[in-house]
Structures are given as C-alpha cells and as structure tokens.
Design a protein around this ligand. Structure first.
Ligand SMILES: *Cc1c(COP(=O)(O)O)cnc(C)c1O
Length: 382
C-alpha cells in the first residue's frame, strides 16, 4: 500500500515522554521554568476576549510576531544570559550589540524550528550536491535529508569533539553545496566564537547557503546575527523552545536576508499557509515583549550548569564544558546505558544515545536547583 518513499523513511526518535510515573525530565533540553506571567495573561485575555479570532484564520504572515522578534533581538543582541537588565529594560551586553537594525523582513517564523529547518532543507539543499554536516550535531538534520532525498557528506568531529571547520569548508567547496551545524553544537555543548564563524564565512562560497542553528545561543554562545549584513548567504535558525520557555508553543524562526526569508516563505505557502496558530502568535509576541524575565531564566540555567559541572568534576565524571542548557557527561566506571537506567530508577530521565561514538555518555538537561539537587543525590547513590 505504501510508497517507496515511505518505505525509506527513518524518523527522528525524540526524548521519551513516559506516562507511567512522574519523572524529573532532564532529557529533552526543555526550559525548567514556565513562560513569563505576562505571556499567560496575554493568552488568557486573548481566548476570553477575542473568541472570533479562534474561529477565523490567523495572520498567515505573523507580521506582529516578526516585529516583536526583531525588537527583542535588537534589544538583547541574541544572547539572553549576557544581556544587561534593569527592571524591565534590557540592553545587549558589550560585544553582543548588533551593529544594524534587525527588521521584520529579516524574520521568518514557523511551527517550531523543526518545521522551519525542514523548509530550509527543502529550499536550499538537494540530491544533486552533497550537503555537508558534522558527524555529531542535531540528529534531525540527517532525518530531513532522508525525507527530502538530499545526499549528505558527513564530516567527523575533531578529537576534542569540536567541529572540523576546515574540513567542512573544504568539502562544501568541493561539493558546491551549502552546510549546516548548530552553534553551540549539540550534543557536545561546544560553541564556536563569532570570529571563528566569520573566518569560515570568509572562506565559504558566497553563493551557497550557510546555516547556523542557534537553538542554545542564549545560554552562553555568541550569536552570528551581527554578521548578517556582511554575509548574504548566512541563515540563522532560532527557537522559543529552549531559552524562551516555550517548547509547548511550537515557535521557531529564521533571521536572514529578506531574500532568503522570501524563499522560505515560498516553501511555506506551497504547503501550509497558516503554520502558527493565533494563540501561539499572541504568546510569542508577549514573550518577546518581556525579555527581562527570560534573561533571568537563562542566567539561572547558566549558573546551575556551572555548579553541576563543578559537581561532576568533584565526582570524577568526565564531561565537555558546555555553553548550553545541557551537559554531555560520562561516568568512566559505568557504561552510558547503565548510568541512564540507574538515574531513571531514581525518578529522573536523562538522554542516552545508542549512537556509536557517544554511547558512553548521557546528555543531561539543566533543570531548576531543586531538580539538579535531586540529580546530584541520584548520582551520589550510583
Ligand atoms: C531543540 C532543537 C531544535 C528544535 O526546536 P523546536 O523549535 O522545538 O522545533 C532545533 N535545533 C536544535 C539544535 C535543537 O536543539
């Protein structure tokens, strides 16, 4: 009954969401904090006072949302944990300032950055030239490549788990194709500096797309947004799911040149004209209008991460110092699968990947202080 295309699908396997008991969830890099109370107020007000807005189609272009996203980026510089807050006022930290105004025309938004990424794959990569990606990065990239019949050229990591940027550039030039990676990368948590990415862009083919997924940038990376005016082939993907406490809202976006935004909009308008529902648009706008709250959340996560890494060090665990809201760590005396099982027995879920090369590790999302205290106790026990 099913098509050949269907037979060849290899779907992404998400972090488990068990229903059998209540676990402390440190397995999907969600934010442990609720959205800003102002977001909750905006949503309640919207559904109570605008019932017809649920009966009618939402704005297909999400214009207000794009304005709000652009404003937030201009204010924060795209790194929430560093941004300077004074009451509700937020300004970009020194070094994070964007030297031009991000405009709404430079924003495209979709139903989570997963959907946004799928449209990027459709628009810019193909079967005729091999897409370059790192061996360990967001595991949805190869899934989309399979879905769209895109051939890939996978570049091994360096020994220290960082990206082999030289090799990636070499292959992208050889293949005449674009490239994609996450920065900070997952599941390593390692970040390239903006200057390192600038150096890559200077060597890359300006006619090929250069995609940087900044899902975790707000927790301590350096954003590439300031490079957008110089490099028209740069496409930055970001999400509300991690630093904006909104994984359940399903909002992700692109920051890029208006030309790139138009290409992705064409893909959207050829598939689903209304990817962001009216309530998510309202929630997203309210989140962007209250960045100070999220700066605070990002700082709490960052501080908890540093304290957890100090704990791991003290316990003799190995880990890769992280710039994100997760840490890839291993107990040198115990296989990763067993670490995962033992922690699960204590009522805490972390992520274990069976993938060869990282099977000794678990990826631990940084939670609240209380959650991390429970995890530390569980680690002490095993
Ligand atoms: C979580 C994550 C995403 C997906 O985010 P959604 O907006 O929830 O779809 C994309 N890229 C990376 C690197 C991520 O870690």
């Amino acid at each position: 009954m099913i098509s050949t295309r269907m037979q060849n699908l290899h779907p992404y396997v998400p972090g488990e969401q068990p229903k059998d008991r209540v676990y402390i969830k440190l397995n999907a890099n969600e934010n442990p904090y609720a959205p800003s109370p102002k977001v909750l107020d905006a949503v309640v007000d919207f559904v109570k006072n605008n019932p017809m807005k649920l009966a009618l189609y939402p704005d297909p272009d999400s214009l207000e949302l794009h304005r709000a996203i652009a404003d937030m980026l201009n204010k924060t510089g795209g790194v929430l944990c560093n941004a300077v807050t004074e009451g509700n006022e937020v300004t970009a930290a020194k070094g994070d300032e964007i030297p031009f105004k991000v405009t709404p025309e430079m924003i495209y938004s979709g139903n989570g950055s997963d959907e946004v990424l799928s449209f990027v794959f459709y628009a810019f990569f193909g079967s005729d030239k091999k897409l370059v990606l790192p061996e360990f990065t967001y595991s949805f990239y190869p899934v989309y490549a399979g879905f769209y019949n895109i051939t890939t050229d996978i570049v091994p990591m360096k020994k220290d788990w960082s990206l082999d940027t030289e090799e990636m550039l070499l292959r992208s030039r050889k293949n005449g194709s674009g490239l994609i990676f996450a920065n900070p990368n997952a599941p390593s948590g390692i970040a390239l500096s903006r200057n390192q990415i600038r150096a890559m862009l200077e060597k890359a083919d300006p006619d090929q797309i250069f995609v940087v997924d900044e899902a975790y940038c707000d927790f301590g990376g350096e954003s590439c947004i300031p490079l957008l005016k110089e490099f028209k082939n740069l496409l930055i993907v970001r999400t509300f799911s991690k630093s904006l406490c909104g994984a359940g809202m399903r909002l992700g976006y692109i920051v890029a040149s208006p030309e790139i935004v138009n290409y992705v909009t064409t893909v959207k308008n050829s598939l689903n004209h209304f990817p962001i529902d009216a309530v998510a648009q309202v929630a997203g706008i309210a989140a962007c209008e209250n960045p100070a709250y999220y700066c605070e959340c990002a700082r709490k996560v960052r501080d908890e991460r540093e304290s957890f890494q100090a704990f791991l060090k003290e316990k003799g665990w190995e880990f890769i110092p992280s710039k994100t809201n997760f840490v890839l760590a291993r107990n040198p005396k115990m296989p990763g699968e067993q670490v995962y099982q033992n922690i699960k027995k204590e009522g805490i879920l972390v992520r274990h990947f069976g993938t060869k090369g990282i099977e000794d590790y678990v990826r631990i999302t940084i939670g609240t202080k209380e959650q991390m205290d429970a995890l530390k106790a569980a680690i002490d026990k095993i």
